[in-house]
Ligand binder design. Structure first.
Ligand SMILES: [Zn+2]
Length: 449
């Protein structure tokens, strides 16, 4: 009997501990609340972003085409991890794996599609139709592969400390400054730690609304062990922390209630069905956080949906499979969540949607130099007297021309023509930057009048 008692105590302890271990999985809500208190401009920016979103959705707008987002990934690694693939200096393979998972999740091509562990919410499962692509030009117009590796003496960044939680976003604090957050999605991958209250933080992102002077904080922070699933990733990483955090970055709230009553008891609420959450009414009301797996037998039903004004006409199960939950298996966004995402991309983050940054959408980490096979591309004559022929076996997604000091003179998406005329430019050296699904190519052109 004693053995059993000890055993059950152990089981109980491990359940309680696993709750604690996960409780701070994402600190977005706490950070956002702190920022709202300390920074009145964020409250205004957030309110404006919400008003714009609601108007966009009310007007029955929708997004018809795939949205490509240029991404820069800042790998903030310990100075003792100078070799790529060692410790915090994660490998390109791990980065590619993380991008692959992210792009599957945002195009409804994730492994669960067609055969999800349960079919409960199949009819609500939408497709964000977004692609996250590594930037191939930096803010000065120079070629890059979109991965910036920064060595630091700082061993870890305490997510529980309001200063350290953003310090990796500043070069002066041992991290790396953001690239223009209106044109790039900044992702900082670093070693996160927690100093208080137990639990571990996997990542976080600000909800839309940071204004210019504090926009340096905008973007995602992710622990290096929860970015991707291979290499230095933890065995418990599902690679979907970025999926969840980008959901926040695009305006989504958690699907579970984050409120308690006066006595501190958790309560039911429809956390994302209000102005803050963008009136997402196809996710059920949910009390408490579910950390477990979602299988065909998962039947959590913490709140009675008939008490809430949402899309459901009967009391449904909790949508634990939603990416904005904390379940250890999640695989979907709903149609209403995607409306919020698209409203944000056409509102507060429209400059990101319309970014003229060159990017590589093939999911591989290039060299930052010419990595696109020249046999597929022919640019001639060079030197040229003005007219330049551009023949590509692959569709050209973006084409830009920069001058010798990196100033962009031309940017075009979905280039279909065969020629470019440089004759309105001064004689000199120019760079043509071409990106296709197979990679990017930069060609130096000499133009003489
Ligand atoms: Zn979160």
């Amino acid at each position: 009997m004693k053995k059993i008692a000890i055993l059950s105590l152990l089981v109980l302890t491990s359940i309680v501990m696993s709750g604690q271990v996960n409780i701070k999985k994402c600190i977005t809500t706490r950070l956002v609340k702190q920022e709202l208190i300390s920074n009145p401009d964020y409250a205004k920016g957030r309110a404006n972003a919400i008003t714009e979103n609601i108007a966009w959705i009310k007007a029955n707008n929708s997004e018809k085409t795939t949205i490509n987002i240029p991404v820069v990934i800042h790998i903030i690694h310990k100075n003792t991890h100078s070799n790529i693939g060692i410790g915090t200096n994660i490998s390109n393979d791990q980065i590619e794996d993380a991008l692959k998972i992210l792009n599957e999740d945002y195009s409804k091509t994730n492994p669960e599609y067609l055969n999800p562990p349960r079919n409960t919410f199949l009819n609500y499962w939408g497709n964000p139709d977004m692609k996250f692509c590594l930037a191939t030009s930096d803010p000065s117009g120079n070629p890059t592969n979109g991965i910036i590796r920064t060595s630091t003496t700082i061993a870890d960044w305490d997510a529980d400390d309001s200063f350290e939680a953003n310090a990796m976003k500043r070069t002066v604090n041992g991290g790396m400054d953001a690239w223009d957050p209106s044109k790039y999605l900044n992702i900082w991958v670093c070693n996160l730690s927690n100093s208080s209250g137990g639990g571990i933080t996997l990542g976080y992102a600000y909800l839309p609304g940071l204004q210019s002077w504090n926009a340096w904080k905008d973007g995602l922070v992710i622990d290096f062990q929860y970015f991707g699933t291979i290499g230095g990733a933890s065995s418990s990483s599902d690679g979907r922390t970025a999926t969840h955090e980008i959901g926040h970055y695009l305006g989504l709230m958690h699907t579970f209630c984050e409120d308690a009553d006066a006595q501190g008891n958790l309560i039911c609420c429809d956390n994302d069905n209000n102005s803050w959450g963008g009136y997402v009414d196809d996710t059920p009301a949910t009390k408490d956080i579910y950390f477990g797996n979602v299988t065909a037998n998962t039947n959590n039903n913490t709140c009675n949906d008939l008490s809430y004004s949402n899309i459901f006409t009967n009391d449904v199960l909790d949508m634990d499979e939603n990416f904005m939950s904390y379940a250890s298996t999640a695989w979907m966004f709903t149609d209403d969540q995607i409306n919020v995402i698209n409203a944000t991309l056409n509102g507060y983050r429209s400059s990101l949607k319309n970014s003229t940054v060159n990017m590589n959408c093939d999911g591989s980490v290039g060299t930052g130099l010419n990595n696109y096979q020249l046999e597929n591309l022919n640019i001639y004559p060079n030197p040229t007297l003005g007219k330049l022929n551009i023949v590509s076996a692959d569709k050209i997604n973006t084409l830009s021309i920069t001058n010798i000091i990196g100033k962009e003179l031309l940017f075009t998406k979905d280039f279909l023509a065969n020629t470019i005329d440089l004759s309105s430019y001064e004689s000199g050296v120019y760079f043509i930057n071409i990106s296709t699904d197979k990679g990017t190519h930069i060609e130096k052109i000499i133009f003489t009048k």
